[in-house]
Design a protein. Structure first.
Length: 321
């Protein structure tokens, strides 16, 4: 996690922006503005809706990336939002990751993969890349880290750890997620009295034991929701070498005070995600109108995202102080 921690120190901001474009968060008029452009480029009219959204989503993402670069250290695109659009959406995901990296941002691919054997090894290509003719690894996805589901145990994690180690990248394993129904599984009590999420936490700490960097944190991080502040604080003590990705801030109800206990004594050890609260901040701006030009809409999206990112930074800074 040394690269991520360095980026956080440079920006003085332990937050990550979730790039999760959907029709609910991208202005409908912006999507509509690309219809004629796309129609001229496709042979089959049935392809227009997906292509139209793919173009709009990328321009939306690019406007936000340009606005927040230098303010936040990282972005977290959720691949499901892009896969929903088919091949064109996957292209937009890859282009978004590549563009974010070109702007100096750490890219955390929220892919939540989980399998075993050759399938897990194939999924781990998100980190390890594909061998090129010159023997070097071709980085197809442009991600610095990915999220992983631990339900299949060590067999499903080892290929990702190996790929991360070889490519000098990171991974975040689901431990205590922010959604309300997570308790149905994650809080199950085991025979020795511990909870299932605590057992997973111990495994994650062990999976990263051989990959600890100069910062004191391993390549194997943990996803710990802001909506569980007391459990998150306990996990911080239980996992001294595990860096936390903390979702659930803002739209899901988590506050800066809730996440403060998930940081270590030096104010490091965690990065807090906000998606809708930043990329959808334009919706709270009273100056928006469907009659705006595409450039004006993108400008509003960008300025609103920047203001929201700055507000989140200041909120976290005050809580950690």
């Amino acid at each position: 996690m040394d690269k991520l921690i360095e980026a956080i120190q440079t920006t003085h901001n332990p937050s990550v922006v979730g790039l999760d474009p959907t029709d609910q968060v991208v202005p409908a008029a912006l999507i509509d503005s690309f219809r004629e452009e796309v129609a001229d480029q496709v042979d089959d009219p049935a392809e227009i809706p997906a292509m139209q959204r793919s173009v709009a989503y990328f321009e939306f993402n690019r406007a936000i990336i340009d606005a927040i670069a230098g303010i936040v250290p990282a972005v977290k695109p959720q691949i499901a939002m892009y896969e929903a659009l088919g091949p064109a959406g996957v292209d937009t995901y890859e282009m978004t990751c590549e563009y974010a990296q070109s702007q100096g941002l750490y890219v955390l691919g929220d892919v939540k993969r989980g399998d075993i054997g050759s399938t897990a090894a194939a999924y781990a290509k998100h980190l390890g890349g594909l061998a090129a003719n010159n023997g070097e690894a071709l980085d197809l996805w442009h991600e610095d880290a990915v999220t992983v589901n631990p339900y299949l145990g060590t067999d499903g994690i080892t290929p990702f750890v190996d790929a991360a180690q070889a490519a000098d990248k990171d991974m975040f394993v689901l431990v205590r997620t922010s959604n309300p129904s997570s308790k149905e599984i994650q809080e199950l009590e085991l025979a020795d009295g511990t909870r299932l999420y605590e057992r997973v936490a111990d495994l994650v700490e062990g999976w990263g034991a051989d990959t600890i960097g100069a910062s004191g944190y391993s390549r194997v991080g943990a996803v710990v929701g802001a909506t569980h502040p007391e459990q998150g604080k306990q996990l911080r003590e239980r996992m001294p070498h595990t860096f936390f990705l903390v979702p659930g801030y803002g739209a899901q109800g988590g506050t800066a005070a809730d996440v403060a206990g998930m940081f270590d004594e030096q104010g490091s050890g965690a990065i807090v995600n906000s998606s809708r609260g930043i990329i959808g901040a334009w919706r709270k701006n009273g100056t928006y109108s469907d009659g705006m030009s595409a450039d004006d809409m993108l400008g509003l999206v960008a300025s609103s995202a920047r203001d929201a990112a700055l507000a989140m930074r200041d909120d976290l800074e005050a809580a950690l102080a």
